[in-house]
Design a protein around this ligand. Structure first.
Ligand SMILES: Nc1ncnc2c1ncn2[C@@H]1O[C@H](COP(=O)(O)OP(=O)(O)OP(=O)(O)O)[C@@H](O)[C@H]1O
Length: 309
């Protein structure tokens, strides 16, 4: 598969603060690539370097072989950008905005079709200010696609949306990818990355902590599964801690929490059953990307952080 975006040892400083510290990743043709990390990790700065909006202080960036610093005009024709908090004039109507943006390109997409794709066909004459948050986001995606880009950068498109609008946006992103567009998706929602992304670059304080599939990141982090239950009768810890699947057992009052790997649930319930103990209120927690992030960086994705220096 061809690499369409290549970022190598990217450095960016704002004054004395290092915001990107030797950031490297590659995006393959046709994938939804997640740039995931907490607020302030440097995600927006990194994708702004991809689009040529920011000049890196070091490193190289190529988008479809083009250098965003020196080939911005050619880049505009192949890269669609939806930026965080992009705003249009309040009175501009949906149809007018799409028509205006289409006029910037020599061979634009059919904006009426795009309006259909993003579910705004019945909002053609609605002024921007009257659109809901989800509709504004969907319009901004349509605007990013109007030049028929091969690669689209979508930055935090579901922040502030309600759960239904967020799911609608996810379906739209999948439809856009199905149309052949490679997507670089900036997000701080691990659920979004887990659901949508083929691969993810985990950003942490200006560095890339890891690049892998969501499942690969979870697997390599050694984050453990956990089985939690209330036993129907007393039993000795040893009964479970001697199992090869079990790494740790913690009791909190009547509640028992067992962490481990492999066929943990089966091993625990079978061992209990052999001693006539039933596991009541049984819950199984599988590790998530959030657990992987904690294991790799020592921080939760939701936490605000300082820049590295
Ligand atoms: N123009 C600027 N001048 C100085 N510092 C900046 C500038 N833009 C961003 N920063 C700082 O650089 C760091 C990284 O910001 P960036 O927006 O790239 O992070 P992010 O991961 O996209 O976070 P968010 O999701 O909050 O946008 C932050 O500490 C931010 O305050």
């Amino acid at each position: 598969m061809a690499t369409v975006v290549q970022v190598e040892r990217l450095h960016k400083r704002y004054g004395e603060r290092t915001v990107l510290d030797s950031v490297s990743f590659g995006v393959e043709d046709g994938e939804i690539f997640g740039v995931l990390g907490p607020n302030g990790a440097g995600k927006t700065t990194a994708v702004e370097c991809l689009s040529g909006l920011r000049r890196p202080d070091g490193g190289t960036v190529r988008v479809l072989g083009l250098d965003p610093r020196t080939e911005r005009d050619r880049l505009r024709r192949v890269l669609g950008v939806q930026l965080q908090e992009s705003r249009l004039a309040d009175r501009m109507r949906v149809g007018e905005a799409l028509d205006l943006y289409a006029s910037f390109y020599s061979e634009p997409a059919d904006w009426r079709e795009l309006m259909e794709l993003v579910g705004l066909a019945d909002r053609r004459d609605t002024p921007y200010a009257k659109l809901s948050g989800g509709q504004k986001q969907r319009l901004s995606i349509a605007l990013a696609l109007i030049g028929r880009p091969r690669v689209a950068i979508l930055d935090e498109i579901t922040t502030g949306l309600d759960p239904q609008a967020r799911r609608d946006a996810w379906e739209l992103i999948e439809a856009v990818r199905a149309g052949g567009v490679t997507i670089v998706l900036v997000t701080h929602f691990m659920e979004e990355a887990e659901r949508l992304c083929d691969r993810v670059a985990l950003f942490d304080a200006g560095r890339v902590a890891a690049v892998d599939t969501p499942a690969g990141l979870v697997g390599r982090s050694a984050a453990r599964q956990r089985v939690v239950f209330r036993p129907s009768a007393p039993f000795e810890d040893r009964l479970l801690t001697e199992l090869p699947e079990v790494a740790e057992l913690v009791r909190t009052g009547a509640r028992v929490e067992v962490a481990g790997s492999g066929e943990l649930l089966h091993a625990v319930t079978a061992a209990l059953a052999r001693h006539q103990v039933v596991a009541g209120d049984l819950r199984v927690h599988h590790p998530t990307l959030d657990d992987a992030f904690v294991a790799l960086t020592g921080r939760r994705l939701g936490t605000e952080q300082e820049s590295p220096r």
